[in-house]
Design a protein around this ligand. Sequence first.
Ligand SMILES: [Zn+2]
Length: 236
Amino acid sequence: MPLPEIVTPEFQTNLPSTGETLFYRPFLVKEEKMLLMAQEGQDRKEITNSVVTVLQNCIKTPVEIKKLPLFDVEWLFLQLRSKSVGEVINLNLRHNKEGCQHLNKIELPIEKIKVNQTEGHSDILMINEEAGLGVKLGYPTLELTEKFDIENATSEDIFDLILMCIENVFDKEKVYNDFTMEELSDFVGELPKEFVDKFMKFFNSMPKVGYTLEYECEKCKEKITHKMNGLMDFFL
Ligand SMILES: [Zn+2]
């Protein structure tokens, strides 16, 4: 005899990068199992992969998770976790201080965690103000972020990253978005050197999912500031 069908509730959230509304269901026992196994392994790549798979399963609106910027993925995962496990993250934070080492239990409501925008951040980079010439950038996808190691990037890597991030080129007359990679590569190669600095400023000031936790150690009463950023910190 077939068992009754289980109806799961549906929720919605907005994608931080575009504001698009996405519908999702909470994750189920099979998905929680996958996440717990990845968590035990403590391997960043494995954790990211399991998060991508679970998000892909649970989000009902057609979207390719790997093509979203990292902060969108982190944000979506937190919303999903909040509706699946609970709206509070229970943290066990050890106070690493000589003579203390107290394990503080902190409750962090997920709604407090936001996508933080850096002031002055813009996805438009001007090349020549007089000619109205500039480029519109897109945020690197999760896929690209995973492959790219900014700490050890060569100038060639950064050149490639720039190519991947340019959505269009514009001047006073029109918007150019129909070009080949070769044409774009030639164009970027001709840009003044300051362009790379401007690009790095864009890259380093991209929106980030984060929270600065401020609490008092229960034992020694010292005030502690604990910055949390990214999947690894919130994957608990
Ligand atoms: Zn303490």
